[in-house]
Design a protein around this ligand. Structure first.
Ligand code: 6PG
Length: 237
């Protein structure tokens, strides 16, 4: 998997969020200008919530023309504190940026959740791809819910799969696959904090296999833009 890695760094998480907020807003404005709509997928986890709340307040973000999907979901009810949908609903719907029907949930507790979510994506995406995807990264090199050496990595022709196993941090997950993520027009990864530095060093020096650091499977045509703060930056000062 080869792709262009772009690094956008800033001293603090707040400064990184500001740069990433501008980049996402630019992608949204470009998509609306070219296709009259913006289709994006956002990740969960703890890092991005302040970014989403900042985006929700931006008067220059075309929220009325935006549809938000979820990169991955934990197999828990929507009102469970671990639910990514719950966090995104709080950040984007409760704040008034999106109407509820513009945020697409995964129904992750259903038996065939992955197949149902893939059907939704195939129905809703006009040209079978997203305009933008925002990823995170765990200190183990996972992204979305694509964990090291997990069954979710072997899903060549699928857009969405279920994933669980010894390396998958419980609960079981539903996740977009790397091949589908790679079709997006723009892909960014928000990675902040000292705990991520060691893994970023291995990724940027190419000294870890993609199966051991699944974010290395992310190789979109437009490249992968890492948004990192100083504590996570593995480059020599
Ligand atoms: C999830 C996310 C996951 C997340 C990373 C980083 O459902 O947890 O989609 O891929 O982005 O685990 O999480 P933090 O931002 O909490 O470090």
């Amino acid at each position: 998997m080869t792709t262009t890695l772009k690094i956008v760094s800033a001293e603090t998480p707040i400064a990184v969020f500001s740069k990433l907020s501008d980049a996402l807003c630019l992608e949204a404005q470009r998509a609306v200008q070219e296709r009259n709509a913006f289709f994006c997928a956002l990740s969960g986890g703890t890092t991005p919530e302040p970014l989403y709340k900042d985006l929700a307040r931006r008067p220059d973000f075309p929220w009325q023309k935006t549809q938000v999907f979820i990169v991955d979901e934990r197999c828990v009810p929507e009102d469970d504190p671990r639910s990514n949908f719950g966090m995104l609903q709080e950040a984007l719907v409760a704040t008034g940026a999106l109407q509820r029907e513009q945020l697409h949930c995964v129904n992750a507790t259903l038996p065939k959740a992955a197949a149902q979510y893939e059907r939704l994506l195939r129905e809703r995406l006009p040209d079978g791809r997203l305009d933008a995807i925002l990823l995170g990264m765990g200190s183990d090199g996972h992204t979305a819910s694509l964990f090291p050496n997990s069954v979710g990595l072997n899903a060549a022709d699928r857009w969405v799969v279920a994933n669980e196993g010894p390396t998958v941090v419980p609960p079981a997950r539903i996740t977009m696959t790397a091949p589908f993520i790679n079709t997006a027009r723009w892909v960014g990864a928000l990675v902040v904090g000292e705990s991520k530095r060691a893994m970023l060093r291995k990724i940027f020096t190419g000294t870890i296999a993609a199966s051991d650091a699944p974010i290395r499977l992310i190789a979109p045509e437009s490249g992968l833009a890492y948004y990192i703060d100083a504590p996570a930056d593995p480059r020599p000062c």
